[in-house]
Design a protein around this ligand. Structure first.
Ligand code: SAM
Length: 273
C-alpha cells in the first residue's frame, strides 16, 4: 500500500479512490502501513488539533486487550463479535481471546473491505475466526450474515464489542437504537464493551477534533459523558464504570489521569442480566 495504488489479495482489490476511511486513518495513528496519502492528510490534520491521538489509539488497543482477557479468562465468555474491528493489528481480539481459550470464537465485522482483504490472509488457518464486511447501521443484516450465524451461537452469551466505532455513526443514524437492537439479540449473561470519543468540557480540543473529522472524514461525533452513558441503558455496568480508558482495571498504575491523552476516550463493560 505504500505505493498508494491498491491493496490486493486473491479475492478483493481495494483501490485508492481518493476518499479517506476511518480504518486507514486509525492505521496511521497506530503507525501501520495500510494507508494512503489522503488518510495521512486526515491524520495529520487531526494530530494538529490533538497531538495525543496516537497515544489515545494505543490506550484504545490496550483496554481491548484487558477487557477481552478478563471476559475470556475470568468470565468464561467464548464468543466475541467485534464490530467496527478495524485492520487486524498486532494482538487483535482473536489472539487475546484464544490465548485464554483456544476454542473461543471471534467474528470481526467492518464496513471497509480492506479489513476483509487483510483479515482473510491473516486468518485463513484459524477456523474459530471470521472476517465479515457489513454495515453496523444495519444491525439485523450484520446478525443475519452467514459467517456470523455460522460461528456465533446466539443461544449462548456473546461479548458485543463496539470499540471506537459509535463515534463514526451520526446521531440521525441512531447509534443508541443500534445498540438496543444488538442488546435484544443476545441472551442474558452477554457483555457489551464500548469505547468512544468524549467531549471534554474543560478543553476546546475535543470540539476542534470533531470539526476536523466531520469535515475531512465525514464521521467523528464526539459525545458527552451523558450521551455515552445512554449506550449502556438497561445493562449492568461493571466496576469501575465508564471511565477514561487507561483507568479501566489498569495493569499498571496511571500516574497522571488529568491529561487529554488519558481522558479523551472513555469506555466501559456492561452485562445483560
Ligand atoms: N475497533 C477497532 C479498535 O478500537 O482498535 C478499530 C476502531 S476504528 C477507529 C473504527 C472502525 O469502524 C473502522 O475500521 C471503520 O471502518 C469501522 N466502521 C465505521 N463505520 C462503520 C459501519 N457503519 N459499520 C461497520 N464498521 C464501521
Amino acid at each position: 500500500m505504500s505505493s498508494d495504488s491498491a491493496a490486493v489479495d486473491s479475492e478483493i482489490v481495494v483501490l485508492d479512490n481518493g476518499v479517506p476511511t476511518a480504518a486507514r486513518v486509525y492505521d496511521v495513528m497506530l503507525n501501520g502501513k495500510d494507508n494512503y496519502a489522503i488518510d495521512r492528510q486526515v491524520a495529520e490534520a487531526s494530530l494538529s488539533v490533538m497531538p495525543e491521538l496516537k497515544e489515545i489509539a494505543l490506550h484504545n488497543r490496550a483496554i481491548l486487550h484487558r477487557v477481552v482477557r478478563h471476559l475470556a479468562a475470568e468470565q468464561g465468555i467464548t464468543q466475541f463479535l467485534d464490530l467496527g474491528s478495524g485492520l487486524p493489528t498486532v494482538r487483535n481480539t482473536h489472539e487475546v481471546a484464544q490465548e485464554a481459550n483456544p476454542d473461543a470464537k471471534v467474528v470481526y465485522v467492518d464496513i471497509d473491505p480492506i479489513v476483509l482483504a487483510h483479515g482473510r490472509a491473516l486468518l485463513q488457518d484459524n477456523e474459530n475466526t471470521r472476517v465479515v464486511t457489513a454495515d453496523l447501521r444495519k444491525p439485523k443484516e450484520v446478525l443475519a450474515h452467514p459467517d456470523v450465524q455460522e460461528l456465533i451461537d446466539f443461544s449462548k452469551p456473546v461479548c458485543v464489542m463496539l470499540v471506537g466505532i459509535l463515534h463514526h455513526l451520526a446521531d440521525d443514524e441512531d447509534p443508541k437504537g443500534i445498540v438496543q437492537a444488538l442488546r435484544d439479540a443476545v441472551v442474558p449473561g452477554s457483555y457489551f464493551f464500548i469505547t468512544n470519543f468524549t467531549r471534554l468540557s474543560d478543553s476546546p480540543e475535543s470540539e476542534e477534533l470533531e470539526k476536523v473529522l466531520l469535515s475531512q472524514l465525514g464521521t467523528g461525533r464526539v459525545r458527552t459523558p451523558a450521551e455515552l452513558e445512554e449506550f449502556f441503558e438497561g445493562l449492568e455496568i461493571l466496576p469501575p464504570g465508564i471511565v477514561p480508558l487507561p483507568l479501566w482495571r489498569p495493569d499498571e498504575i496511571v500516574t497522571d489521569a488529568t491529561t487529554i491523552g488519558v481522558r479523551f476516550m472513555t469506555g466501559g463493560v456492561a452485562k445483560k442480566n
